[in-house]
Design a protein around this ligand. Structure first.
Ligand code: NAD
Length: 495
């Protein structure tokens, strides 16, 4: 049964503690991916609005109380945001599913962890504002401190909006920065709720700002703004590289969480059923719109027939439907444009000579952007369907003979975000995990993450790491302070 909640009517920008229309007065139509009907209108922020938001954030950073207030007081705000998120989990999950098409059983789990991002970083800041001290003979004592960087520009995608936004907002605020968030234009609802929550938490004006709008206008203005010190970006690889270029003139520090095409390697000796569960979940959960999805399966030749037969059976049984129905396992894709792109890959797969196993979409849900869970069989690693990020419920299946070939195939790609290895030979599990070129590897496990661990990719999948103390370090500037404790010798030019 589908759940019901009020939807928001008009989404405004949030600048300097107030909800406001865009300067231009223009709006973006926000569409429901399940019905392709309009949900509401969203204020379309552009460079003028970014300028206002950055000015507010700058003023709050330079002259407001945020970065200098007592730590206990600042962290009380952060814990308050976490508590308010907990109170709204049901509403956030509903809005997230309505807006993105992600099944509600999955958004609920994801959103219920979002408040932990705030608590985690509050605890980290409380415990990590420590530095090193250096004794330099009897002349100096030098020591390091961690200072906030300034105005943080945060740019997020639509595929797990609330989780990814809080993942960036929490460390940025807890470490004393001020923030301008530019959420994805296709998923504004939960970002607006985050603004409402932070407004309710009563943070000083200008500390947190949200400017909705398109990437090429609002996002671009944020990236180029001289008063923004850092950009934390999650999105496509191509966009990441544009942002790095555009931020070069103002020399920003950038964290880049980009695309992926991650391998799952299943050896003959793997725990068959667990590997199957993990493989199916890893590609079809979150509608396959998941950066760490195991979209390339390499299965060892000894079990390939059995494994593929089991996959076919499971994939045919996946329940697609209304994202607000708790029984739904795969919902509609984010929008018509993305739907067309994913469908296009099924045509490419056929042209490339593979076997495409997919299903028709039932007539009663045909208005939605549905692509049925799909298997691409008999693929070769050089094909586009094996090399390019499809970002939908599509698994490209390949086989391998031995460990050496598995590693070679897994690494023969531009991406390096995640990798999964299934084997009951634990030495081999470690060995393969060491050799697969990716930022994050799981051995005999699905994608389960502890907030303390680094998150991020190598190669074209990213630069830098989020999470844990890695996030703390990105959002703080380490300063070294040199203090003379004697009258050390100073050269006397011109005396
Ligand atoms: P996208 O790159 O199209 O957009 C992401 C954000 O960037 C949006 O807010 C967009 O408006 C903005 N943007 C676009 N062009 C811009 C520009 N020129 N300047 C500034 N901002 C700009 O990505 P998407 O389609 O929203 O998200 C899907 C992608 O995100 C996939 O490739 C996925 O793998 C990736 N992703 C990566 C991770 C990770 O942690 N590595 C996590 C989630 C998603």
């Amino acid at each position: 049964m589908a759940l019901k909640h009020e939807t928001q009517t008009d989404i405004l920008l949030y600048i300097n503690g107030e909800f406001t229309s865009a300067s231009s007065g223009t709006t973006i139509k926000n569409m429901n991916p399940f019905t392709n009907e309009q949900i509401n209108e969203v204020a379309e922020g552009q460079s003028e609005d970014i300028n206002k938001a950055v000015a507010a954030a700058r003023e709050a950073f330079d002259h407001g109380p945020w970065k200098t207030m007592k730590l206990t007081k600042r962290m009380a705000y952060i814990y308050r945001i976490a508590d308010l998120i907990d109170e709204e989990v049901e509403k956030i999950s509903y809005l997230e599913s309505l807006d993105t098409g992600l099944p509600i059983s999955q958004t609920r789990k994801m959103v219920s962890r979002a408040s932990e991002n705030f608590r985690f970083y509050a605890r980290m800041v409380e415990s990590r504002l420590i530095g090193d001290a250096y004794q330099v003979d009897d002349e100096f004592i030098n020591y390091t401190i961690n200072a906030p960087v300034g105005v943080a520009g945060l740019i997020t995608p639509w595929n797990a909006p609330f989780m990814l936004e809080t993942w960036k907002v929490a460390p940025a605020l807890a470490t004393g920065n001020t923030v301008v968030l530019k959420p994805a234009e296709l998923s504004p609802l939960s970002a607006n709720l985050l603004a409402e929550i932070i407004h309710k938490a009563d943070l000083p004006k200008g500390v947190f700002n949200v400017v909705h709008g398109y990437g090429e206008t609002a996002g671009d203005a944020l990236v180029k703004h001289p008063d923004v010190q850092l950009i934390s970006f999650t999105g496509e690889t191509k966009t990441g590289s544009t942002i790095i270029k555009n931020s070069a003139d103002t020399l920003k520090s950038c964290s880049m969480e980009l695309g992926g095409k991650s391998p799952i390697i299943v050896f003959d000796d793997a725990d068959f059923e667990r590997a199957l569960d993990a493989c199916v979940w890893g590609i079809y959960s979150f509608n396959g719109e998941r950066c760490t999805a195991n979209s390339r399966l390499f299965v060892q030749e000894g079990i390939k027939d059995e494994f593929i037969a089991a996959l076919k059976k499971r994939v045919a049984n996946i329940k697609i439907g209304d994202p607000l129905d708790v029984a739904t396992e795969v919902g509609p894709l984010i929008d018509k444009g993305h739907f067309t792109k994913v469908k296009g890959y099924l045509d490419i797969a056929k042209e490339e000579g593979t076997e495409v196993i997919t299903a028709d979409i039932p007539a009663e849900i045909a208005k939605g952007n549905f692509v049925a869970p799909t298997l691409i069989l008999n693929a070769k690693n050089h094909m586009r369907v094996a090399q390019e990020e499809i970002f939908g419920p599509v698994l490209t299946v390949m086989t391998f003979k031995d460990e050496e070939e598995a590693i070679k195939l897994a690494n023969d790609i531009k991406y390096g975000l995640a990798g999964y290895v299934w084997t009951n030979d634990i030495k081999r599990g470690h060995r393969v995990a060491h050799k697969v070129e990716a930022g994050m590897l799981w051995v005999n496990a699905q994608n389960v993450r502890d907030l303390r661990t680094p998150f991020g990719g190598s190669k074209s999948s990213g630069i830098g790491r989020e999470g844990g103390h890695y996030g703390f370090e990105f959002y703080t500037e380490q300063k070294i302070i040199h203090v003379s404790i004697t009258d050390h010798h100073i050269q006397q030019f011109g005396k």
